[in-house]
Write a protein that binds this ligand. Sequence first.
Ligand code: TNX
Length: 569
Amino acid sequence: MMTRFRSIPLVHAGIALSCALTACRPTPTTTAPAPAPAAPAAQAQRPPMFVSPTSLAGHRIVPVPLSVTPGSGAPFTLTSSTTIQVQAGNAEVARTGEALAMLLRVPTGLPIPVTASSGAAPRGAIVLRLGGAASLGGEGYELTISADSVRIVAAAPAGVFHGMQTLRQLLPAAIESELNFGRRAAAVWTVPAGQITDRPRFAWRGAMLDVARHFFTVDEVKQYIDVLAMYKMNIFHLHLGDDQGWRIQIDSRPKLTEVGGSTEVGGGPGGFYTKADYGEIVRYAAERYVTVVPEIDMPGHTNAAIAAYPELSCSRPMPASTAAARLPGTYTGTEVGWSTFCPDSENVYAFVDDVVREIAAMTPGPYFHMGGDEVHVLKDPQYIKFVERVQDIVYKHGKTMVGWEEIGKARLRPTSIAQQWKSDSVPPAVTQGSKLILSPANRTYLDMKYTPNTELGLTWAAIIELRSAYDWEPVTYLKGVSEQQILGVEGPLWSETVHNIGSALYLTLPRLPALAELGWSPPAQRQWEGFRQRIAAHGARWRLLGLNFYPSPQVDWDAAPGAAPALVP
Ligand code: TNX
């Protein structure tokens, strides 16, 4: 049930955009006069954005944790004496502590100092520590909440970060606001007592953004990464080249960006990332424990590279719509499968070597995605030869190869990874021993419409309402594939119809959090009804963060304030 409440005008003056570790949001740069203290209001009478669950049993955490044990004691309350105490001597935990402080300070108006110490925590501290059971693994954490303290303990810094995201979701939605509610909202910043133990089910929990069909700026990409981090996703797959655009600077092949970077679907100006831009994306992602997986799709989906270096192609059959393109040989339509590098040309492998070498050198993560999908114009032996040559190049430059499931036609090295998108039986790559990323188009493709009336998106794989995005099980999706063979799940957002970050987020939220839960949470904890009720609390958070979303009618969204949230009366 949607509740409406009175809106108050927002003070727009002096709002600057700052990207905290937690999310990009406007931060007031001028101090508004402190509102008068309010009479204590009963929790039930507050607008939903100021309400914490009264018990941990009523949490709305997405992805749902492995285990939640409500406590019987009083909740923890943020007050003027709350501090964050981070593990001494660990810069990563300190960074997460600062990020948490940045999140809390603005809406609460509290000072929340961060101190480093290995000693006993003072009363009222939020403690971030390394330690805990080895069974928490590289990403798990334990969160213990009592009236006296909040403790996040993890075996590795990534776990501390994920624990911080859980704590964020246990605070009222207003914690995401850019408004300083100050004393007016005193005593609403509570977290119910209890304990959460949590760790992910799958190692690969990803999203893909196609920046080739339409270009997205570095700031837009950062906003997308913020969404991943909120939902404990750890892989950001960047689709950097396709027929309509080449998006990454390669020093040894300057025309790639001069020519290939200048177009996009529909004839817009395109764009590309300089090496510094890419470094910034990779750094921003790493600070949020997200690994960037660069993809250069080949041998198909390569017209932008071929327009820059025509010798990469054997012959050039192009769709008729090419005539509209601004530069000779470029393409701004949306047909697929018609372009290819020439697998018989040594020029092509010298080119691939240059590209993989330069991208590998600026990518700290272990993966290079070679695409390999939808090559309708090569015979199998040509395709196989190409994939095997590229595989050697990828490993020569120290990366693990990932490719769309078609690469299973070739002889794969045991560590190469295949990304399923269309098959509904065991893909050949798995039979060879490769691990699988599941991206079934009819469940995970973020560019599919929600309903036949959705303005954006395509329909070729399915119409995917929220329940359909949520209500399936990775391990039983493909008969004959075991849990050990599945590395994880990924939701690709192809951008033929997606022109800007607002549209991208509309297609992404709430479906990506649904997929995040499939990737993180144990099947025993997952039910559609539970997800439906928990995700209902997130719309208000997205509103406050300025993130567009699809308000699926399958969810009874909590009242989500517009730009002007009501204060506690
Ligand atoms: C198929 S899925 C593609 C993309 C398109 C997408 C549109 C896959 C590996 N290839 O080239 O953008 O459909 O939904």
